[in-house]
Design a protein around this ligand. Structure first.
Ligand SMILES: NC(=O)c1ccc[n+]([C@@H]2O[C@H](COP(=O)([O-])OP(=O)(O)OC[C@H]3O[C@@H](n4cnc5c(N)ncnc54)[C@H](OP(=O)(O)O)[C@@H]3O)[C@@H](O)[C@H]2O)c1
Length: 322
């Protein structure tokens, strides 16, 4: 073999080796170490027909929980139902239709749930969308689905969570919340976090909606003081899921090799949600934000008491709660 060829093979070997080590040490991240069993407990996972939500549902069903798959599409929901039942080997899995972009659908879901189920031990607000547009109630799509839908759902189910305490509300946010801002003027005039439709404006509004998730959890924890319900928000990591399905084909093609190598798979992406849902001893951290199964400090804007209260009151109006 020529020297040239030997060097080439050495370099290829080093790149593969470093890539392997990087992938296993950095990308995979921490895992939820709880061995909790959930027989007799009921959980709701929103947006559980795919992605992080589906893996979360499979894990919780495997632990014995009765799992409600709260998904907007009957067809996708029923396909997921069969998969979750098969993978978890559990019959305690139910599909219930929930479109977070429709206040009517959220109310109907909550009514059906409260009528047909006795318990609620865990509410996992997982669903999310990265797409501009309007909900059927005229709210900005990402504000409506990512925040208001979950805000209303949580409030409608809060009494049941309190009755079943100790219980938890886990809301899947994103590290993107760090770039978020809450434009209260725009929310009052347009019922949206922003109005632009360019790529950067869409990313900005997505980040804004994820800041809403963190502020919602911050305020919810205060309102739950003295009850046995605790709540957490989290960043799941950068996950190779369907979240960017509405992006342009060019962007998707560019992202594909990056996501395949640098992003976690959806099972790894479910770990911080599971940690927040199951880990013993984090009750004193109610209202806090987690990433890689670890509690994290927030920038002041993400734990701003005044903004959180203002967002809560505005959300009560936009969701029709008051
Ligand atoms: N992927 C990442 O890198 C990443 C990073 C940070 C945070 N997150 C957050 O993680 C969560 C899960 O996302 P994912 O990555 O698993 O994405 P995904 O694969 O696209 O899954 C999103 C889920 O949300 C559902 N959903 C969307 N709009 C809905 C609506 N109006 N009503 C009910 N359900 C709706 C989707 O249902 P359909 O299939 O019917 O559309 C799907 O089940 C989201 O909150 C996301 O913001 C993801």
């Amino acid at each position: 073999m020529s020297d040239m060829m030997s060097y080439f093979l050495l370099i290829v070997g080093c790149v593969i080796g470093i890539g392997y080590i990087f992938h296993n040490l950095v990308v995979k991240g921490n895992r939820c170490t709880s061995t909790a069993k959930l027989h007799g407990k009921t959980v709701i996972v929103t947006g559980s027909n795919t992605g992080i939500g589906k893996k979360t549902a499979i894990n919780l069903a495997t632990r014995g929980a009765r799992v409600i798959l709260a998904c907007r599409s009957q067809q996708r929901g029923e396909i997921a139902l069969a998969e979750v039942m098969e993978e978890s080997r559990s019959k305690e899995v139910v599909f219930m239709q929930l479109d977070l972009g429709s206040l009517k659908s959220v109310r109907t879901f909550a009514e059906n749930f409260l009528k047909t189920e006795d318990r609620l031990d865990l509410l996992i607000n997982n669903a999310g969308i990265l797409l501009q547009g309007k909900t059927e109630d005229g709210l900005g799509m990402m504000f409506g689905v990512n925040h208001i839908g979950h805000f209303l759902l949580t409030n409608l189910l809060l009494e049941r969570l309190k009755t079943c305490g100790p219980s938890r509300v886990v809301t899947v946010s994103s590290v993107g919340h760090n770039f978020g801002k809450i434009d209260f003027k725009c929310l009052n005039t347009h019922k949206a976090l922003g109005t632009g439709t360019s790529f950067w404006q869409t990313m900005q509004i997505y980040s804004d909606s994820k800041l809403c998730n963190v502020l919602f959890t911050h305020e919810l924890a205060k309102r739950l003081q003295g009850t046995k319900v605790t709540c957490y928000s989290l960043h799941p990591g950068a996950i190779n899921s369907e979240l960017s399905r509405n992006s342009s084909n060019v962007l998707k093609a560019l992202l594909k090799p990056i996501t395949a190598f640098f992003f976690k798979n959806t099972e790894q992406g479910a770990q911080t949600t599971l940690h927040c849902a199951l880990q013993d001893g984090i009750e004193g951290l109610s209202g806090r934000y987690f990433s890689n199964c670890t509690v994290r400090d927030l920038y002041p804007k993400a734990k701003d008491d005044v903004a959180a209260k203002k967002l809560w009151e505005l959300s009560e109006r936009h969701s029709g709660l008051v």
